[in-house]
Design a protein around this ligand. Structure first.
Ligand code: FES
Ligand code: FE2
Length: 348
């Protein structure tokens, strides 16, 4: 569901912006998840996107996303509470309802409410169990290709699992590149699913797409949790990556038979060096099993990655091809960096 801004306003860099003005201008036109849909109710919650503090709430069943700042005296509205009519600011009790409209001013309840008291809202849509938004003041609803398409999500027989988010003290670009990287399994994921003695990366060839690139990676690295081996001898695993720049990608894992697992990696750039990672998952097997097992395994794998992403220097992904050395196994990384450059980004 989309909500239109009540008034247009000039894009200004957030206070303390950690991006270059050019990168911020490009990134602010993209759509990102900022919360789980199940987290957002009548009580306000806070988020941060591209250094912009946000408040999220629901009023009359409509989603509202706005700068986290009361238009009266600048108190964060996320400090407020839901009072049945909307979000009540804790300082003087102004209440903001659907569409960000100020609906009550306790100090002067009989007077009409001037437009300056209404919130400038951002558009909000719910997809894959997440709340997505865009900071571009011209945006209202996402274009067809603005948000990544997740294979199988809506198909009959597939279970939808929206894992809790993970905060990472690293950049969205570094995290994304790690998700697309097939050369680290034997080292980083040997506790969760990979074989430490199987490090060689078979050749693969990514293809450019309108949204970024895709890659089909065949190998014998299993995707079962450690200790589980249900694949026939010699089974070759297909991992199909589809990248949607700047910071989302899906991985469709082809298990034995027609079993499929799709992971959406949505790296939401909190700042240039901080990321909130959202991971919705769809699968057509074990659909009667409690989702907690998926939450736990997903957390284990992404925690293994997080240790690397938080340690990498520089924190921002270098887009200059000569800044780091590359392996043939890094084909996806090369395609990813090129796609980011083609967006016009400068990176770290
Ligand atoms: S600061 Fe919010 S009501 Fe005064
Ligand atoms: Fe990884």
């Amino acid at each position: 569901m989309a909500t239109a801004p009540l008034a247009s306003f000039e894009p200004v860099l957030p206070h303390g912006c950690t991006f270059t003005p050019q990168d911020w201008a490009i990134l602010s036109r993209q759509w990102y998840p900022v919360a789980l849909a199940r987290e957002v109710g009548e009580a306000p919650i806070k988020a941060r996107l591209l250094d912009q503090p946000l408040v999220l709430y629901r009023a009359q069943d409509a989603l509202v996303i706005a700068p986290d700042r009361c238009p009266h005296r600048g108190v964060p509205l996320s400090m407020g509470r839901g009072n049945g009519r909307g979000v009540e600011c804790p300082y003087h009790g102004l209440t903001f309802g659907a569409g960000g409209r100020c609906v009550h001013v306790p100090a002067q309840p009989q007077r009409s409410i001037p437009a300056q008291f209404h919130l400038h809202t951002y558009p909000a849509v719910e997809r894959y169990g997440l709340i997505w938004t865009c900071l571009d003041p011209a945006a209202t609803a996402p274009d067809t290709d603005a948000i990544i398409a997740m294979p199988h999500w809506d198909e009959a027989g597939f279970q939808q699992i929206v894992c809790p988010w993970i905060d990472i003290r690293g950049s969205a670009g570094r995290q994304m590149e790690g998700f697309l990287d097939v050369a680290h399994f034997a080292f980083i994921h040997s506790e969760s699913f990979a074989d430490p003695d199987n490090a060689q990366v078979p050749d693969y060839r990514p293809r450019r797409t309108a949204q970024g690139f895709e890659a089909e990676y065949w190998s014998n690295v299993a995707n079962y949790p450690k200790g589980v081996d249900k694949a026939p001898p010699g089974f070759r695993w297909l991992r199909h990556f589809r990248c949607h720049v700047p910071f989302t990608a899906t991985l469709e894992v082809h298990f034995p038979g027609d079993d499929r697992l799709v992971i959406l990696n949505a790296a939401s750039p909190v700042s240039a060096t901080e990321t909130r990672l959202f991971v919705p998952i769809a699968r057509n097997f074990d659909t009667d099993q409690p989702v907690q097992g998926v939450y736990d395994f997903n957390r284990q794998v992404f925690e293994e990655d997080r240790a690397m992403v938080e340690a990498q220097w520089p924190a921002q992904l270098p887009l200059d091809p000569s800044a780091e050395a590359h392996l043939t196994a890094d084909m996806s990384s090369m395609f990813y960096r090129r796609a980011l450059r083609d967006l016009g980004l400068c990176g770290g």
